[in-house]
Design a protein around this ligand. Structure first.
Ligand code: FAD
Length: 501
């Protein structure tokens, strides 16, 4: 069958894909975006687009018969997870041997399920991790552009101090202060004016109704409302949903053909399409982009791709932990799902950690302080192509998480010692105080300056660009989407300057 043709093809509609789509569309270049997930814009019979966190249904997870929430248990009871019908739901958990990777699926990628924290990394660490991305241009131009276009805003400090919804953050701040640790406010893409109206009862509740990992029905400026809405507004961009890109091959004389399976809501492949393009932008996320490139290299369709493809992968040093507070230190029955404060010990040369103060909105007083620590470790994993399954394997051992856990433990041992508190062992299964076997922040696999040039153009495949988290080598020290967005902006400036249409 003759291939469909589009001048520019973007695979994935998360941060990297949304930036590519907008900038291509603005440049007047007809662009098709392939997204394996669904478009989340239609209300179900319950009047909601996304399902409630407390009563997850088929909409919650990507083709599962039971939900797999990060907090498996609570008081050792499996109260969190529920049986569901398989469906292209919004949150996926990709399981490898010693590491699970949570990702968003749908138009908007991770923006649909994440905590919205838009954090600018330390400039020193950024320059060390990404020496090929000129820091001056990033901090002067691309981070500000990313913050603006994503709609980043900050909580009103006076409201923060007074609202019951952030009592959990204030308690953790007090315990940090007693330990001599600083905290810092974290900007977010959740609309804080909306959140205030939620608290006042004049806007429908979302962050104040426990919504986050299975989607926010209100309030969050997800990519489908920012970058992707603007991209569609150019009139040059089309998004094809439930299309999973599988293979890439070059066309004689330039350009590429992408093979994509179109699936239905039961997961069955209903059609296979071939789409040709002049320029190809890979934005399927760290795992998805790396898989496409590894398959293309190792099955021989793009044999000149770099040997570095698959290397430099990491979980951004993610470690979750919970502390048990004293009975007089209540965290509140009411908790907003959007984190706004972090323990900021990044400047500590012996143990730099940024620990976001995370909510645990169960609707009950539970006296738990929960944290997602972002530690810095040089440990990196490798993704390889597995011909037997036609998929990828992640080479990451439990040992490789030890340094991160030790780093988080050093920080929170201090907090516990100073406040005479202890860890909770009932949250993650297996009687563990630390969860270091899952990540929200998969990074790397097609590292900037190694598998690509200094901007994201893939070595050995002219006209192919990577614009997503695969560019970042495993660690960035803070929550990553702002960095991914800014790097994508920089890559697109370059891509459009080099090859005007
Ligand atoms: P993604 O956003 O993952 O987008 C990739 C897209 O490509 C997806 O939509 C996927 O369905 C699609 N895709 C994949 N493979 C294919 C294929 N073969 N064909 C077609 N489409 C494909 N980061 C922060 O900075 N702040 C936070 O507060 C935060 N909280 C988080 C909370 C959770 C629960 C999770 C899971 C993540 C969180 N993150 C947070 C991480 C952040 O969401 C990711 O770093 C970010 O989404 C990565 O952007 P990306 O463009 O690399 O890929």
């Amino acid at each position: 069958a003759a291939a469909d043709h589009t001048p520019a093809l973007v695979i994935g509609s998360g941060y990297g894909g949304a930036v590519a789509a907008l900038r291509l569309g603005e440049a007047g270049i007809p662009t098709t975006v392939l997204e394996m997930g669904a478009l989340w814009n239609r209300q179900g019979p319950d009047g909601r687009v996304f399902c409630p966190t407390t009563a997850p249904d088929h909409r919650s997870m990507w083709f599962r018969t039971r939900t797999e929430a990060p907090l498996a248990t609570f008081l050792w009871l499996d109260v969190v997870n529920k049986d569901i019908t398989p469906y292209p739901g919004v949150l996926d958990r990709v399981r490898f041997d010693a590491m699970s990777v949570y990702v968003g699926r749908g138009v908007g990628g991770g923006s649909l399920v994440n905590g919205g924290m838009a954090v600018t990394p330390d400039r020193d660490y950024f320059a060390r991790v990404l020496p090929h991305a000129d820091a001056a241009a990033m901090y002067d131009t691309y981070f500000p552009r990313a913050r603006r276009t994503l709609g980043v805003n900050a909580i009103d400090p006076a409201w923060f101090e007074s609202t019951e919804w952030y009592r959990f953050s204030r308690i953790s701040r007090a315990h940090a202060a007693r330990t001599g640790l600083a905290t810092t406010f974290v900007p977010n893409v959740y609309d804080f004016d909306h959140m205030r109206r939620e608290a006042e009862g004049t806007a429908p509740r979302s962050a104040l109704a426990g919504e986050v990992i299975y989607g926010n029905n209100h309030g969050k400026r997800t990519l489908d409302r920012t970058y992707l809405a603007a991209a569609l507004g150019t009139g040059n961009v089309t998004i094809e949903t439930l299309h999973r890109a599988r293979a890439l091959r070059p066309l004689p004389g330039g350009g590429y053909v992408v093979t994509a399976d179109r699936i239905d809501t039961t997961g069955r492949t209903v059609a296979t399409r071939e789409i040709s393009c002049r320029r190809l932008f890979l934005a399927a996320g760290s795992l998805g982009t790396t898989e496409l490139l590894l398959r293309a290299r190792d099955t021989g369709t793009l044999p000149d791709l770099s040997e570095h493809i698959g290397s430099g992968w990491g979980p951004n040093g993610n470690v979750m932990t919970g502390r048990a507070n004293h009975l007089w230190d209540t965290v509140g029955e009411r908790q907003s799902t959007m984190p706004v404060l972090g323990i900021d010990d990044r400047a500590n040369p012996d143990n730099p950690v940024f620990a976001e103060i995370a909510p645990l909105p169960t609707g009950l007083e539970h006296w738990i302080s929960l944290y997602l620590a972002i530690t810095r470790t040089p440990e990196r994993g490798t993704l390889t192509y597995d011909a037997a399954t036609d998929g990828v394997r992640l080479h990451w051992t439990p040992d490789q998480s030890r340094a991160s856990t030790a780093s988080a433990k050093r920080l929170f041992d201090r907090v516990n010692a100073r406040n005479a508190t202890v860890y909770r062992y009932d949250l993650f299964g297996g009687n563990r105080a630390f969860a270091d076997d899952f990540t929200y922040h998969p990074l790397g696999g097609c590292v900037l300056g190694l598998a690509t040039d200094a901007y994201g153009a893939v070595r050995g495949a002219p006209g192919v660009w990577v614009t997503d988290g695969a560019l970042v080598p495993g660690s960035i020290g803070v929550n990553p989407f702002l960095t991914i967005t800014a790097l994508a902006e920089r890559a697109m400036d370059r891509a459009l300057a080099e090859q005007p249409s």
